[in-house]
Write a protein that binds this ligand. Structure first.
Ligand code: GAP
Length: 435
C-alpha cells in the first residue's frame, strides 16, 4: 500500500489523541506539540524498546541521564557555539526567512515566489539561549542542550570509573534536546523541542571502523525487527561535504516519509574529537590506559543518534493501513504489539451490569501485565474499529454466554479471527502472543 498522506496522519493523531498542537486553546504555538494519552504511550514504548536493545540486553553499554543545562564551556569545547549553525537567508520582498540548504531552488523564495530577492546567507546558531539566575546579564548566559551526546562525553571518566568498564563500552541516554530550527515543520518531524536516543560507543581507534559497520547494521535491524517495512527504510552514507564538524564518516537511517526519503537516525564515527576537545578545554585527562597493552590513548567514538519523536512518527506512518471489509473501509494501525499503546481492550457486548462486572474482573487480571482499556459504549463493531484504528492487537469480548460458560472471545487485530477462550486461559493465551 502507498504511504498515507501527512494530513491523514495529522488528523488521526488529533482525532485519537496521539499528538495535539501545543497551546492549542491560545491559537497554538508553531512547531510545538503535546503528546496525548495514546501518543505518550507509543513514544514511551519506542524509547523502552531502544533502551532494551541498547542497554538492558547488552553488557557493554550503561545508561546515563545528564542535565539539559550544562556549563557554557561544554558548548565552547564541543564546537556548538561556533559550528552549530545553519545558513539563513531572508527574502527582501516578503521578509520570510529560510534555511538555504533546504530550498529546492536556492534563488527563489518559496513564500512569495520572487527570484533574486535573498540576502547573503548568514550563519544562524541553532542553540536556545537563556540566563541562569534572577538577573539576565552578560556572563550568566546558558544554553539548552542541542544534543544529549555532550553530557555523555563530559561524564566519560566518571562512568568508566564507577562502572569499571574496559574498552569497548558505550554510554546511552534518552532525553530532550532543543534547536532553534529556522524551518521546523512536517508535524513532529522537525520541531524545536524534541527527544533523542543517543549512545556513544568508546573503542580503540584501530577498532573504530569495525564497530562503525557493526552499529550501522545493528541499528538498521532494530527498525526492521520492530516491523518497519523494509521498502520504507534505507541506509545512506554521507557525502564528505555534508559531514558534521565532528564526524569522519556517517550513515543516515532514512525513512520514506510522505514527502520523500528523510533522516531518522545518524550513525557517526566521531573519532576522538569530543574527548580531545573536552580534555583540552577542561584540563582533565580524558585518555584511556590499556593495562594489558601498556598503551594510553584517546578512545574513538561511534555514535548511533536517533530521534525518539521522529522515530515514533515514522512507526505511526508505517503502521497505517486501510482495507475494504464488507464494503466498509477499515483503518488499522499494524503496530508491532511491543509498540502498541494499548495491548488489550476488554469490551462487554452490552452495558448490562452483569457483563460490565465480568469485564472489570477480566481487565483487573490483565492490567498488571499489559496496558488495558475497557470500553463499554457503542455497538461492538464500532468499538472493534476504534481499537483497530489505534493499533490494539487484541480485543477480549465478554458476552451473555460468558455468564454461562466462563469463556470470552479474543479477536486478533490483523486477521480479525476470533477464538473462544476460558477466562482462566486468557492470560496464557495473550502471553503467548504479546510476550
Ligand atoms: N549527537 C548527534 C546528533 O545530535 P543529529 O543528526 O543532529 O545528530 C540525531 O540528531 C537525531 O535527532 C536525528 O537523526 C533526528 O532523528 C533527531 N533530530 C534532530 N533534530 C531534530 C528536530 N529538530 N526535531 C526532531 N528530531 C530531531
Amino acid at each position: 500500500m502507498s504511504q498515507p498522506t501527512l494530513d491523514t496522519i495529522v488528523n488521526l493523531s488529533k482525532k485519537r489523541g496521539f499528538v495535539f498542537q501545543a497551546s492549542e486553546i491560545y491559537g497554538g504555538l508553531r512547531s510545538s506539540y503535546d503528546y496525548g494519552p495514546l501518543g505518550v504511550a507509543l513514544l514511551r514504548n519506542v524509547k523502552e524498546q531502544w533502551w532494551r536493545s541498547m542497554v538492558r540486553m547488552r553488557d557493554d553499554v550503561v545508561g546515563l541521564d545528564s542535565a539539559i543545562i550544562q556549563a557554557t564551556a561544554v558548548w565552547e569545547a564541543s564546537g556548538h557555539l561556533t559550528e552549530f549553525t545553519d545558513p539563513l537567508v531572508e527574502c527582501t520582498n516578503c521578509h520570510a526567512r529560510h534555511r538555504l540548504d533546504k530550498l529546492d531552488n536556492p534563488d527563489q523564495c518559496p513564500t512569495c515566489g520572487q527570484s533574486g530577492t535573498f540576502t547573503e546567507p548568514k550563519d544562524f546558531n541553532l542553540m536556545f539561549k537563556t540566563h541562569m539566575g534572577p538577573v539576565a546579564q552578560d556572563g550568566n548566559e546558558v544554553y539548552l542542550r542541542p544534543e544529549t551526546a555532550q553530557g555523555i562525553f563530559t561524564n566519560f571518566e566518571n562512568v568508566r570509573r564507577v562502572s569499571r568498564r574496559k574498552l569497548p563500552f558505550g554510554i546511552a541516554q534518552i532525553g530532550k534536546s532543543f534547536r532553534n530550527e529556522i524551518t521546523p515543520g512536517q508535524f513532529i518531524f522537525r520541531t524545536r523541542e524534541f527527544e533523542q536516543m543517543e549512545m556513544e560507543f568508546f573503542t580503540h581507534p584501530d577498532d573504530a571502523e569495525k564497530w562503525f559497520e557493526y552499529w550501522v547494521e545493528e541499528r538498521k535491524n532494530w527498525y526492521l525487527d520492530l516491523g518497519m517495512k523494509p521498502d520504507n527504510l534505507r541506509m545512506r552514507r554521507h557525502d564528505p561535504d555534508e559531514l558534521a564538524h565532528y564526524a569522519v564518516d556517517t550513515y543516515d537511517v532514512e525513512y520514506r516519509f510522505p514527502w520523500g526519503w528523510d533522516e531518522l537516525e545518524g550513525i557517526a564515527n566521531r573519532t576522538d574529537f569530543d574527548l580531545r576537545q573536552h580534555a583540552e578545554h577542561s584540563g582533565r585527562d580524558l585518555t584511556y590506559f590499556d593495562q594489558e597493552a601498556d598503551e594510553r590513548f584517546y578512545p574513538y567514538v561511534i555514535e548511533p543518534a536517533a530521534g525518539a519523536s521522529r522515530t515514533t512518527f515514522a512507526f505511526l506512518i508505517d503502521a497505517y493501513h486501510q482495507e475494504e471489509v464488507n464494503d466498509e473501509t477499515r483503518t488499522v494501525l499494524r503496530l508491532d504489539p511491543r509498540l502498541a499503546p494499548i495491548k488489550v481492550a476488554v469490551l462487554p457486548l452490552s452495558k448490562k451490569p452483569e457483563l460490565v462486572e465480568v469485564t472489570e474482573q477480566v481487565a483487573s487480571a490483565l492490567r498488571p501485565l499489559w496496558d488495558v482499556e475497557v470500553d463499554v459504549t457503542q455497538a461492538i463493531g464500532r468499538r472493534y474499529r476504534r481499537q483497530d484504528e489505534v493499533g490494539t492487537p487484541y480485543c477480549v469480548t465478554v458476552d451473555f454466554d460468558t455468564l454461562d460458560d466462563g469463556a470470552v472471545t479474543v479477536r486478533d487485530r490483523d486477521t480479525m479471527a476470533q477464538d473462544r477462550i476460558g477466562i482462566d486461559g486468557v492470560v496464557a493465551y495473550l502471553s503467548d502472543r504479546l510476550g
